[in-house]
Each structure stands twice: as structure tokens, then as C-alpha cells.
Design a protein around this ligand. Structure first.
Ligand SMILES: Nc1ncnc2c1ncn2[C@@H]1O[C@H](COP(=O)(O)OP(=O)(O)OP(=O)(O)O)[C@@H](O)[C@H]1O
Ligand SMILES: [Mg+2]
Length: 455
């Protein structure tokens, strides 16, 4: 985004010279010939920066800065650069005390001005980013702890809301680390049974022989080692929700028993004569493709249809990259707070890396990456020194010399940008020539220009 600068000086000659130099740098420049005129402009539109002369007839630069600092909150104020003659250095120092970024003593070099302006605006950008990171209620996307602004995550959240009120069985599918458990909890917490238990069973973590008694309980003496009566998780979840994680790993025998619970809401604990009736909402989750398992005969078809009453599919993170920036900010806040550290920003290079990595471990992997960076950093800005993903840091290896990384996607993006940029350079900015030079159509060139935001 172009930065906007308000240039205030009573001398037309100076305005013209400095204005031209700043515009040449790509800034948007408005000019005011007096403090009063500047005040009026500041009232109508926001500026990123104010470059102001001190000695002017009606109102001095310092007066203007005083007024600004009294009436506008610091975060909303433009960066201020004061131009001053030797005799008024005292005013300049006062301006700095009021929050001005810097001052330049006349006469100065235009290049000097440009350097200070660039630095001030970079500072401004970090300040805005910092504010963005720290504002807690900033994202409307954070619903029930589920962060995501992509249309697909919004759809997941909407479905979760819809099913929460019902007692229907829900099947949540998605790759590892996509947030299946998080969504299951959100559904329970939004349901009328939120005060009743949510019981979790990880079917993959419990050996099949024990899983049956875990789920349904047993009576003393039901099998060797069953020395006491034990309540099963279904019984413990009565009135609430049972979350059956990794349902795809369950044996066919247990699947049949589960099917009966779903159909008739009853079962017998191991070794018991009596049948138990329960009122339990079932939420199942899987990172395996149940249809494929079904085709292989490893998952019972009737159970599948019983479970799949309301399917919620959580897409992998690489298919919803627009969620990455909001997740990153969310996790930076969370872990900075936990570690008692102040993190103000994440630099461009680190962001690009996070944005382009494929995240096979999805949101969990992203969270771990951020947590590690927050713990390791000694700086208030996260950079690629602390933010790292597999394959992105070729380190000292010379095999990647001349490439920005060891990640294919990043390198391809980089090559596109470089090729376009150099073609434009060689062809003196003539698009037709540039397109011909690198063997693409003018339309394709336009596409790349906007994709990479090349002016
Ligand atoms: N959209 C999201 N917003 C915020 N945090 C998320 C989101 N998705 C996942 N997480 C976080 O990522 C981690 C992994 O999520 P979760 O345990 O729910 O994944 P899962 O799909 O159950 O993974 P697995 O298949 O490995 O069990 C958790 O710490 C969770 O809080
Ligand atoms: Mg899980």
C-alpha cells in the first residue's frame, strides 16, 4: 500500500522540490502552505506521515504538533518529521518530546529526508502491526476458540452451531491436527448438555481387547483381572456426549456393538446379565477415509451410515491458506502470553515461509512452530532465525546456493517474481516487450503482475 504524506511549508519552492522527490519514491503527497491549511487537511483524511516546517507565519509547526498530540491518540497520529533552522533547534527537541519521530536541520539533502521518511514509515508499519497483534477482540473469526476466516472454516463453524442443539450423531473427518477435537468440544459446549460430561475415548490408543470394557464396562469376574465392577465410558457419559476419536481403528466386532448402542441406546457391560439404557450423544472423529475402509471390508457399512448422519469435514490447512495469518497471530498471542514475552511482529520473510509451507501436521504443526519460535526468540520480532519449518532452511548446505530455500513452492514463487521483475527491467518497463522476452502472453503477464503485486 502506498503511504500518504502531508508536506507543510510556507515556501512554495521547497514544497515543490521535496514534493517531487517524495512522489518519485512512490509516496502519495498532499501539500499545505500553512499550519491552518494543514490542520484542515488532517481533519479530513488520515496521513501516514507529516513532514512539517517549523517557522511559518500564522501557526508554527510546533503549534500544529502540540495540537495533534493533544487531540489525537498516539496510535492514530501520523509519524511526524519536523524541519527546522539552526536557530529553532529547541523547538525541534520539544517536538520530539511530543512524539515527533525525528527532525532535520536546514539546509539538508533531499536524500537525507528520504532516508528518514522511509525509516519513519517502516516504524509506523510495525507499530500498526503490533497493535493488530495485541488487540484481543480484533478477529470476529474466533468463534468458540475456532480461528479461521476461510469460507470452508466458516462453514464448519456454522455446521457445528447448527448441530449443537440437536442430539444427532456427528461424524467429523479431517487429517491429523486439523481441529477435530476442538470442533467436537465446541459442539458439546454449545449444546443443551453443556453441563453434563463430555467423555473422550481414543479408540486407537486402547488395545481392542480392553476397548470393549472401556466403552461398555464390566462386572467383577467377567474376565481374568476384572476384580471389581467397572463403569464404561458410555455410562459415564450418560446425559452428555461421548467423543469417539479415531473410530476407523475399531475392530468389526466392536463396531457391531457400537451400532447397537446407536440404534437402540442400550448395551450390556461385559459379564452382566442386565441391559443398560443410556442417553448419550455420539460424536465420532476419523483421520482415515471411512469409505475406503468400508470398501476394503474394514468398516461396517451400516455403522458408517449411522455415524454419518451429520458429516463435518475439516479441510487440511494447505487448502485454506487464508486461515494461516489469523492462526499465526492467534498462536503468537497465546504463546507470548504463556511465556510472558512481548512479541510485536513477525517479519515478512518468516510470514512468507509460514504462508507457503504445506503443513502436513496442519494446525497442530503450525501451533508447535509458533510456540517454538516464541520460546526461542530473544527479540520482539519473530524472524526466520526462530521460525523454521522442515525443508525451508537449507542452512550451510551449498546444494541450494542461488535459491531462496529448499522448498519447491517458495522457489517457484520466487522465480516467477524475479523473472517478471528482470524482464520489465530489461525491456524498460514496456509490458509487450517484457512478455515476449519471457515467452508469455501480455494477459499472462498482467496476471503475474497482479499476483505478485509488481507495479
Ligand atoms: N481452527 C483452529 N483454531 C484454533 N486452534 C486450532 C484450530 N484447529 C486446531 N487448533 C489447535 O490445534 C491443535 C490440534 O487440534 P485437534 O487436537 O483438535 O486436532 P485433531 O484433528 O483432533 O488432530 P488428531 O487427528 O491428530 O487427533 C489443538 O491445540 C487445537 O486447539
Ligand atoms: Mg484429535
Amino acid at each position: 500500500m502506498t503511504s500518504s504524506i502531508l508536506l507543510v511549508d510556507d515556501e512554495a519552492k521547497i514544497r515543490r522540490a521535496l514534493g517531487a522527490a517524495l512522489r518519485d519514491e512512490g509516496y502519495e503527497v498532499a501539500e499545505a502552505a500553512s499550519g491552518l491549511e494543514a490542520r484542515q487537511l488532517l481533519g479530513c483524511q488520515p496521513f501516514d506521515m507529516l513532514v512539517v516546517d517549523n517557522r511559518m507565519p500564522d501557526m508554527t509547526g510546533l503549534d500544529l504538533i502540540r495540537e495533534l498530540s493533544a487531540s489525537v491518540a498516539e496510535v492514530d497520529r501520523p509519524q511526524i518529521l519536523m524541519m527546522t533552522a539552526y536557530a529553532t533547534v529547541d523547538s525541534a527537541i520539544e517536538a520530539m518530546k511530543l512524539g515527533a519521530f525525528d527532525y532535520l536541520q536546514k539546509p539538508f539533502d533531499v536524500d537525507e529526508l528520504l532516508v528518514v521518511v522511509r525509516r519513519a514509515l517502516e516504524h509506523q508499519r510495525l507499530r500498526t502491526q503490533h497493535r493488530y497483534l495485541l488487540s484481543e477482540q480484533r478477529d470476529a473469526f474466533d468463534q468458540y476458540g475456532i480461528v479461521g476466516r476461510s469460507a470452508r472454516m466458516q462453514e464448519v463453524i456454522r455446521m457445528a452451531e447448527l448441530v449443537a442443539e440437536s442430539r444427532s450423531t456427528v461424524l467429523i473427518s479431517g487429517e491429523t491436527g486439523t481441529g477435530k477435537e476442538l470442533v467436537a468440544r465446541a459442539i458439546h459446549d454449545r449444546s443443551g448438555q453443556r453441563d453434563m460430561p463430555l467423555i473422550k475415548v481414543n479408540c486407537a490408543a486402547i488395545p481392542d481387547t480392553l476397548l470393549e470394557s472401556e466403552l461398555f464396562g464390566h462386572r467383577r469376574g467377567a474376565f481374568t483381572g476384572a476384580t471389581t465392577n467397572k463403569k464404561g465410558r458410555f455410562e459415564l457419559a450418560n446425559g452428555g456426549t461421548i467423543f469417539l476419536d479415531e473410530i476407523g481403528t475399531m475392530s468389526l466386532g466392536l463396531q457391531a456393538k457400537l451400532l447397537r448402542v446407536l440404534q437402540e441406546r442400550e448395551f450390556e457391560p461385559l459379564g452382566a446379565e442386565r441391559t443398560l439404557r443410556v442417553d448419550v450423544r455420539v460424536i465420532a472423529a476419523t483421520n482415515r477415509d471411512l469409505k475406503r475402509l468400508m470398501a476394503d471390508g474394514a468398516f461396517a457399512e451400516d455403522l458408517y451410515y449411522r455415524l454419518n448422519v451429520i458429516p463435518i469435514e475439516i479441510p487440511p490447512l494447505r487448502e485454506r491458506r487464508e486461515d494461516i495469518p489469523v492462526l499465526v497471530d492467534h498462536f503468537v498471542r497465546k504463546h507470548a502470553k504463556r511465556a510472558g514475552k512481548r512479541i510485536e511482529a513477525i517479519d515478512q520473510e518468516a510470514r512468507l515461509m509460514l504462508q507457503t509451507y504445506d503443513w502436513p501436521g496442519n494446525v497442530r504443526e503450525l501451533e508447535n512452530t509458533i510456540e517454538r519460535a516464541v520460546v526461542l526468540t530473544t527479540d520482539t520480532t519473530l524472524t526466520t532465525h526462530t521460525v523454521s519449518v522442515p525443508g525451508a532452511d537449507p542452512g550451510s548446505s551449498s546444494s541450494w546456493d542461488g535459491l531462496p530455500s529448499a522448498n519447491l513452492r517458495r522457489n517457484v514463487e520466487w522465480a516467477e517474481q524475479e523473472t517478471i521483475r528482470r524482464a520489465l527491467e530489461v525491456s524498460g518497463g514496456v509490458k509487450k516487450a517484457a512478455a515476449e522476452l519471457i515467452g508469455i502472453s501480455q494477459r499472462a503477464l498482467s496476471h503475474y503482475l497482479s499476483k505478485h503485486r509488481i507495479e
